[in-house]
Design a protein around this ligand. Sequence first.
Ligand code: MN
Length: 253
Amino acid sequence: MLVAEDNPTNQKLVVLLLEQQGYQVVLAANGEEAVARSAEQPFDLILMDVQMPRLSGIEATVAIRERERGTGVHVPIVALTAHAMSGDRERCLAAGMDGYVAKPLRSNELFAAIDALLGPAGSPGTPATPEAAAPEAGPLDAASLLAGFGGNRTLLGEVIDMFLADTPRLLSEARGALERGDAAALAASAHALKGSLGLFAQTGGAYEAARSVELAARAGDLLGSAGRFPELEEAARQLSEEVQAIRRSLQEP
Ligand code: MN
């Protein structure tokens, strides 16, 4: 299976979830790599992040479908996308994708989308994971977060550790870019932050603040980005504390 995803924390999450189900995974860090990797070898399925540098998931899909034309080959492509972006689903399907999973990723939704295209796979005897519906906005709740990670404490713990290591680094990269007046670098850091924060709080203040900073930076509006930056730092700090508390609760017997 090919996974095209630019956010390191999301990469780790998807790879661990898939490997746990017995899939072999090849990673691509942007759309251009996805097109190249998929030309080198056949894949059962491609999981394609929509927002990626170089080529977006949409553009990469169009390129792959273009290449397949007349060959009779059609590799199933499942979009990974932020459901906050309305119209994404239609754009993905129009570009030639076959399925769609909203972020933050929940393992049951991911495997439902994969199984719909490939048929139930994974190791025989793997029990279906009973899970709650995706959590709504509000304070993080350890039980529903854990459910979203297929009940796997180790996996959730690893993703939290990555998140806690990445977030301060990304924040300081973003602040540096803001101080240099480098809108492109700021947009890239804010995009990465949005992906990481969105793992835990899609609708929370941290995700929204990262999204605003990214959008303003993309539009070259450094003042707009600067205006939302303190809120982003504060929300990221709060979310990190909540996540840290959940990390500790996972270690309790
Ligand atoms: Mn992305």
